[in-house]
Ligand binder design. Structure first.
Ligand SMILES: NC(=O)c1ccc[n+]([C@@H]2O[C@H](COP(=O)([O-])OP(=O)(O)OC[C@H]3O[C@@H](n4cnc5c(N)ncnc54)[C@H](OP(=O)(O)O)[C@@H]3O)[C@@H](O)[C@H]2O)c1
Length: 274
């Protein structure tokens, strides 16, 4: 098992189970060096979005890495003010141009903008059919958004990227996604490093001779969740990827599950100021 370990989306496409998130990395040197170092370490999955305003740097690092394009899984997303059928077509083209790519591996509806996400998703189905997106999906969709979307879709979403970490275990959305064969991806999988000093995580870190961040990422991995921790620092990128040489016991998995408080670091999808 390694950074190239994949999960299979329902259309057969393989998604590396551990990737690099690049939110808040500045376009230009920051994101460029972070992505290059991650690719050198062995990451093969990069998660960006038009909202992050760093797609150009991501694309440049991918090209300069010398790694064949088809070996890297690239996700980007359509932002809220770009939604609707026609606007999404323009937004997708603009993302491809900024990335300097002729296809993406996964294209996501970033948030369920009320009244718009169905039209947005229709455009995604076209990109998929045109083979411009190898997979399509959603982000921040609760079961009620998915239920509504699924009544209309031709191509079921392959992934749902949601905020998920030990204090926000999202069991309801996970169960819904499992039932419908939709892969769950965790965003802010480290909860933005806000509670790495938690005593349960610290005691497990000591027990396994790992860090609290590694305990969390391993817990996500063993929970069948695709995870995309962000770090600009090569040492932390290495640390976050070094989770394949140990296994949490069932009892310890339950200890981490037990940290749930349904506590978000970001907005609730039904309360977002769209
Ligand atoms: N779909 C959505 O709506 C959505 C929303 C938010 C995020 N995302 C995606 O999810 C990715 C990850 O989420 P996130 O960036 O919000 O938060 P995160 O990955 O939970 O945490 C990132 C923070 O933790 C620090 N960090 C990383 N590894 C660490 C380690 N081993 N020890 C201590 N600190 C560590 C980072 O600092 P340094 O960089 O300084 O190391 C950064 O401050 C994003 O980058 C983005 O791609 C998606």
């Amino acid at each position: 098992m390694s950074l190239t370990t994949t999960a299979t989306l329902h259309n057969g496409v393989q998604i590396p189970r551990l990737g690099l998130g690049v939110y808040k990395m500045e376009d230009g040197t920051d994101v460029y060096h972070a992505v290059l170092s991650a690719l050198e370490i062995g990451y093969r999955h990069i998660d960006t979005a038009s909202f992050y305003q760093n797609e150009e740097g991501v694309g440049r690092a991918i090209r300069d890495s010398g790694i064949p394009r088809e070996e890297i899984f690239v996700t980007t997303k359509v932002w809220n003010d770009e939604q609707g059928y026609e606007n999404t077509k323009k937004a997708f083209q603009a993302s491809l141009e900024r990335l300097g790519l002729d296809y993406v591996d996964l294209y996501l509806v970033h948030w369920p903008v009320p009244g718009k996400y169905k039209e947005t998703y229709k455009a995604l189905e076209e990109f998929y059919k045109a083979k411009k997106a190898r997979a399509i999906g959603v982000s921040n969709f609760l079961p009620h958004h998915l239920e509504d979307l699924l009544t209309d879709v031709e191509i079921k979403p392959m992934a749902n990227q949601i905020e998920l970490h030990p204090q926000l275990t999202q069991t309801e959305t996970r169960e819904f996604c499992k039932k419908h064969d939709i892969i769950v991806e965790a965003w802010s999988p480290l909860a933005k490093a806000r509670y790495l000093d938690d005593p349960v995580l610290q005691s497990l870190a000591e027990k396994y001779n790992k860090t609290a961040a590694q305990i969390i990422i391993r817990w996500e991995y063993q929970s069948d969740i695709v995870t995309i921790p962000k770090s600009v620092k090569p040492t932390r990128q290495k640390e976050n990827a070094d989770i394949f040489d140990f296994e949490l016991t069932e009892e310890d998995m339950k200890k981490v599950d037990g940290l749930n408080q349904d506590k978000r670091t970001g907005p609730h999808p039904d309360e977002f100021n769209y």
